[in-house]
Design a protein around this ligand. Structure first.
Ligand SMILES: Cc1ncc(COP(=O)(O)O)c(C=O)c1O
Length: 527
């Protein structure tokens, strides 16, 4: 393969010993004209005696002969001018020079965040960092790395810089970070209670409360994470029905039962009744349960994030009853957040089992499985479910207070209003900046969907990542472009969010028009 660099982001200056993500846009020509054009090239980046990167590009977006390549590299430890040499290694001719450019290396950046990041990448790297560890930008902006404090809709990093956050504890902190009434309820519990072997009165209070809120729920079981109770639900359904197969629609957690290679769990697209009926027909007599996210499941990086489809949910219920399979609603995301507080309440549908988590504990670890006495008692003692912390009382205290707030103040009403205004505001800004994009999803979980040129596979990831970079640089944090408003997001936060989007979309439009996206990108592509 031979190549010609069209654009890159090795520009100007950067600090010593600093991680950056290289972006290279190049034209490639295979040695053998018949070979695949999507092959990932092997590259080497050198500066004098330092080899700064060598290997396959981490990401490779190909459109015809053009590729956009990214890889991480680290600047040399010494300050001063260097000459960077980029070479193509994967070639009959050995290393072929692609690019030679001057760079000024300045004093290293030191901060608590940077030190923590070095240690984390060495010892504990499994977390979401929207900048994926890249902290320095030639623009002078910093990316958030570690959270030191969080309050309402903001968190503060190790250097006390504030960020407006739309991830909010993966949606668990629906009332906002450090909500004072929740904090007080937990503080009271901490001073009086502790984990015990016997159950506590507060667990039964919470059970009664939940059963009174969810029609058809007569019994409850608690866990710490959503995955605990989706797994318990699956175990119950298998034991109850004596059948092995689970049909699932949406994301239900990390446990092994729904691994992509697990033969006894088959995915389907929620909303697609034809597909569900076909699966029932194909696996006649084997289906123990259908578990699904009744609304707001995420289809991909630009959605869809569909609303609940009442006809589909009713028909899915009928199919389950006809086939003697259980219907499990995974309301871990929608619980206490959807209209009327849950999809089942909003649409008056009674699933056999209901999974709750996230907003239930307002940021404290608790999940719940609710269902009928008929199902619970049939499997009790037959399935194993005895985690040490299932009866931990402080999370029960948080959940009781959270439910009290939900029932008296109905915070979802305000959140839906806020989310609608946010979506309308961003759509108006897209129109103003002549950007072909629209907010997709629901006011509680949304993402910007761009219209892409059909012949350019790289355009979507480039503009999506560029927007995320612009938002982060201005102090707005989402999850791979998704925004999840909470009850703590105020009118001032809405104004600030729209201001940040205004500036970011303007920068996006300009970079797209001037074809400088690749030159300015610093973060890994959102694919
Ligand atoms: C709908 C749904 N189900 C299950 C889970 C898993 O919950 P957890 O991460 O608390 O185990 C999630 C988490 O995002 C979820 O959104």
């Amino acid at each position: 393969m031979t190549g010609q660099v069209l654009e890159h982001n090795f520009l100007g200056e950067m600090p010593a010993s600093c991680e950056r993500l290289a972006y290279v846009r190049m034209l490639t020509t295979p040695d053998d004209p018949g070979s695949a054009t999507a092959e990932t090239p092997m590259l080497s980046l050198e500066a004098g005696r330092y080899t700064l990167f060598q290997g396959l590009a981490t990401q490779c977006l190909a459109t015809g002969r053009e590729r956009i390549l990214t890889f991480r590299w680290r600047s040399p430890p010494r300050t001063g001018h260097i000459c960077l040499e980029l070479k193509l290694m994967h070639s009959r001719n050995g290393a072929v020079p692609l690019l030679s450019t001057e760079l000024n290396i300045t004093e290293p950046v030191t901060s608590r965040s940077v030190r923590l990041m070095e240690s984390a990448y060495l010892r504990n790297p499994w977390f979401y960092l929207p900048s994926e560890g890249i902290h320095w930008s030639p623009s002078g902006a910093r990316y958030p790395l570690f959270v030191r404090e969080a309050k309402a809709a903001r968190f503060y990093d190790a250097e006390a810089r504030a960020y407006l956050d739309y991830t909010c504890g993966w949606g668990a902190c629906f009332l906002g970070y450090a909500e004072p009434r929740i904090a007080q309820a937990v503080a009271d519990s901490l001073s009086r209670r502790a984990l015990s072997g016997l159950p506590q009165d507060i667990e039964i209070e919470l059970t009664e409360r939940l059963c009174s809120l969810f029609p058809g729920a007569e019994m409850a079981l608690f866990g710490k994470n959503g995955s605990d109770v989706t797994t318990a639900a699956v175990r119950m359904a298998r034991e109850f029905s004596g059948r092995p197969l689970i049909l699932y629609g949406g994301y239900h957690g990390w446990h092994d039962w729904n691994r992509p290679d697990e033969a006894q769990a088959v995915p389907f697209a929620p909303g697609n009744i034809k597909m569900l009926a076909e699966l029932f027909a194909r696996y006649r007599g084997q289906v123990a349960a259908v578990i699904l996210e009744p609304a707001a499941w995420v289809g991909g990086v630009e959605g869809p994030v569909p609303d609940a489809d009442p006809a589909f949910l009713h028909d899915a219920g009928k199919l389950c009853r006809r086939e003697n399979a259980l219907l499990i609603f995974d309301e871990i995301f929608t619980g206490f957040r959807y209209r009327k507080g849950s999809v089942q309440r909003a649409l008056d549908i009674r699933p056999d089992l209901t999974c709750l988590g996230k907003a239930l504990g307002a940021g404290f670890p608790i999940s719940a499985l609710l269902g009928s006495r008929r199902i619970f008692t049939a499997v009790m003692g037959k399935i194993r479910y005895d985690p040490t912390y299932k009866g931990e009382p402080h999370a029960f205290a948080a959940a009781l207070e959270s439910i009290r707030i939900h029932e008296t103040e109905k915070p979802y009403v305000e959140v839906w209003n806020f989310g609608n205004k946010l979506m309308e505001g961003i759509n108006a800004l897209c129109r103003r900046h002549n950007i072909a994009a629209r907010m997709e999803g629901l006011p509680i979980r949304m993402v910007l969907r761009f219209a892409h040129p059909p012949d350019d596979a790289a355009h979507g990831p480039l503009i999506r990542t560029f927007l995320q970079q612009q938002l982060l640089q201005r102090g707005l944090v989402g999850f791979r472009g998704f925004l999840m408003p909470t009850a703590a997001h105020s009118q001032e936060d809405l104004t600030e969010t729209l201001r940040i989007f205004d500036e970011s979309l303007k920068a996006l439009r300009q970079a797209d028009l001037e074809h400088t996206l690749v030159r300015q990108l610093e973060l890994p592509l959102i694919l």
